[in-house]
Design a protein around this ligand. Structure first.
Ligand SMILES: NC(=O)c1ccc[n+]([C@@H]2O[C@H](COP(=O)([O-])OP(=O)(O)OC[C@H]3O[C@@H](n4cnc5c(N)ncnc54)[C@H](OP(=O)(O)O)[C@@H]3O)[C@@H](O)[C@H]2O)c1
Length: 332
């Protein structure tokens, strides 16, 4: 099969198309012929970071068609159109995953490939109303957004949610899920064009984070769903109402933040960390998507063999939403 291997760190040219053996499913496993895959910032961190052995096949997001079923698998058949839950072996606890938990794509083979083998319990029917590209864009970012926005923030009518960095892949899902559930959404972003696009997704408005004092223009919010990290925290915490909650799952701009502890306890505020989500939350996301009015925001689609070009696009200042890899014809 065609796959893309990460053979050298740092530059996107380290992502090289390669011919690899087809994976075969063992007991309890299923092989999926991927139609589309999607990029996440995690892939970028791994490409840049140098913390794993090489080569690796990256990719946590994929949608495709079941092509082989291992022994003992029930309820999944060849020809099924599926998305993969990228939270591997989360376990039974809703508060946090168990010791077997890992994210699809490194150390396991990822979705930058024509075929992948995963546990049958990781598969779900793909949302019929979405395209293949949209289906592939959904799992990791949608799941992370769902747990943050619904489980932790309880987005709904009467609640105002701030989403820093509106153009990010996860952020676009947060805006759309929160709006669909009836919350009021405010954002920060880097350009007037992106602010307009966030409005088109349902945000009421917001501010440019490049303007100092942006938090004064945002005003009090019930919650912040933060994928930005250090750069967003001073302003985001300043916006938070008494009893408000900041939920964070990322440190794109830095992993050290300052917290005014006195304000935290006198204002009854909470800071909640989260990563990915449970299988029950993935099911809830898919049930929501089945009837929702929104679609995943796909910025661009690149052929699998040009994963390097897709990684370059991730860093383009005008990128908005998810970058997708077309693995087979019909992916778009
Ligand atoms: N823990 C988890 O489960 C989990 C899951 C998914 C993602 N993540 C992490 O979440 C982060 C976002 O992931 P993603 O896939 O959504 O990435 P992404 O699509 O690359 O989004 C990054 C966004 O960050 C925003 N940004 C950059 N500098 C900023 C600043 N100084 N202030 C405010 N916003 C700024 C930009 O927003 P604008 O475009 O609006 O300028 C940019 O689009 C990454 O660090 C990723 O590793 C964690």
């Amino acid at each position: 099969m065609l796959a893309v291997e990460l053979r050298a760190f740092d530059d996107p040219t380290g992502l090289v198309p390669a011919e690899l053996p087809d994976p075969e499913p063992g007991p309890g496993e299923v092989r999926v012929d991927l139609v589309a895959a999607a990029l996440n910032r995690r892939d970028w961190w791994i490409r840049r970071g140098g913390k794993v052995s090489l080569p690796q096949v990256l990719g946590s997001d994929g949608a495709g068609i079941v092509s082989a079923v291992g022994g003992g698998v029930e309820g999944v058949a060849t020809g099924d159109e599926v998305v993969i839950d990228p939270s591997l072996d989360w376990g039974e606890d809703e508060e946090a995953p168990g010791p077997a938990f890992r994210i699809l794509g490194v150390p396991d083979q990822g979705t930058y490939a024509e075929r992948i083998v995963v546990g049958a319990h990781q598969l779900r029917p793909r949302p019929p109303r979405l395209t293949w590209a949209e289906s592939a864009a959904l799992p990791l970012a949608g799941l992370t957004a769902w747990r943050a926005t619904v489980t932790h923030v309880q987005a709904g009518p009467g609640r105002t949610i701030l989403v820093p960095g509106a153009g990010g892949g996860v952020a676009t899902f947060v805006i759309q899920i929160a709006r669909e559930l009836g919350a009021r959404v405010l954002v920060t972003t880097s350009s007037e064009e992106k602010l307009e696009r966030a409005r088109a997704l349902g945000a009421e408005g917001g501010a440019l984070y490049t303007d100092s004092g942006w938090s004064e223009r945002i005003g009090p919010v019930d919650a912040v769903v933060d994928s930005v990290g250090a750069a967003a925290w001073p302003g985001a915490l300043a916006c938070l109402k008494r009893g408000g909650r900041l939920v964070n799952f990322a440190d794109t701009t830095g992993d050290r933040g300052e917290v005014d502890i006195t304000r935290l306890y006198f204002e009854y505020q909470r800071i909640q960390g989260t990563t990915m989500g449970s299988p029950r939350e993935f099911d809830a996301l898919l049930a929501h998507v089945a009837d929702a009015s929104w679609r995943p925001v796909v910025d661009s689609v690149f052929p699998l063999a040009d994963a390097a070009g897709a990684h370059e696009r991730l860093d383009a200042p005008d990128r908005f939403g998810k970058v997708v890899l077309a693995v087979r014809p019909g992916a778009e």
